[in-house]
Design a protein around this ligand. Structure first.
Ligand code: TYD
Length: 196
């Protein structure tokens, strides 16, 4: 049987990384935990470009290059019957780059560039938290390029639009709950959908 791709999305500080790794622990041995930007040298390039606050088009192309390689890896896992849990995937690009790219028809451009390698997640958990609360959670660390309230509010709006358009795939989760509670909720939904 083919595997499935489950993604976690949400603004910075929504707690996706904690929840994704907790879910991975609970689901066990047949699940793969991965993330974007990836841990490969391409992912490193993305992080460097973000740190250096490079041009938005440069950053977008690097995210896409990283994804193109990552998709090949994910497809291999799925063909092997694995459940792949991915901390950020395409919806991050449509939520963040759509806002950062100051080009006309950014969404259309992103769709066209994605075409040769686009795969859709089977299910996406969108962790919802108010941007002020999210920033409060992460303010102890050095804040990165996208980590300010006004920007994250726009990103959140883009996420909500995606969720509205793709109701069956994107499940909105209250990210202010405890991670353990969130994971239980995710497991319940995954069972209902026959994914686990
Ligand atoms: P993040 O998940 O915070 O990675 P890490 O924990 O390794 O720092 O992602 C880094 C930033 O990249 C975050 O602000 C969201 C942003 N991002 C995009 O803008 N587009 C994308 O396609 C992806 C995957 C991430």
């Amino acid at each position: 049987m083919k595997g499935k791709l489950i993604t976690f999305e949400g603004i910075d500080g929504s707690g996706k990384t904690t929840v994704a790794s907790l879910l991975h622990e609970k689901i066990g041995k047949d699940a793969i935990l991965t993330a974007e930007p990836t841990s490969s040298w391409l992912g490193e390039c993305v992080r460097r470009a973000l740190e250096e606050e490079r041009d938005a088009v440069t950053i977008a192309l690097l995210f896409l290059a990283d994804r193109n390689e990552h998709v090949k890896e994910i497809v291999r896992y799925i063909e092997d019957g694995k459940i792949v849990i991915c901390d950020r995937f395409i919806d991050s690009t449509f939520a963040y780059q759509k806002e950062h790219l100051k080009i006309e028809n950014a969404e259309e451009w992103l769709n066209i560039v994605h075409k040769p390698f686009l795969i859709k997640p089977d299910l996406t958990f969108l962790l919802y938290i108010e941007p002020e609360k999210a920033i409060e959670r992460i303010k102890e660390r050095k804040l990165a390029i996208y980590e300010y309230v006004e920007f994250l509010r726009k990103v959140q709006e883009n996420y909500m639009e995606i969720a509205q358009r793709d109701k069956n795939r994107v499940i909105i989760i209250d990210a202010t709950k405890r991670p353990e509670e969130i994971v239980e909720e995710c497991i319940k939904i995954l069972r209902e959908r026959g994914i686990i």
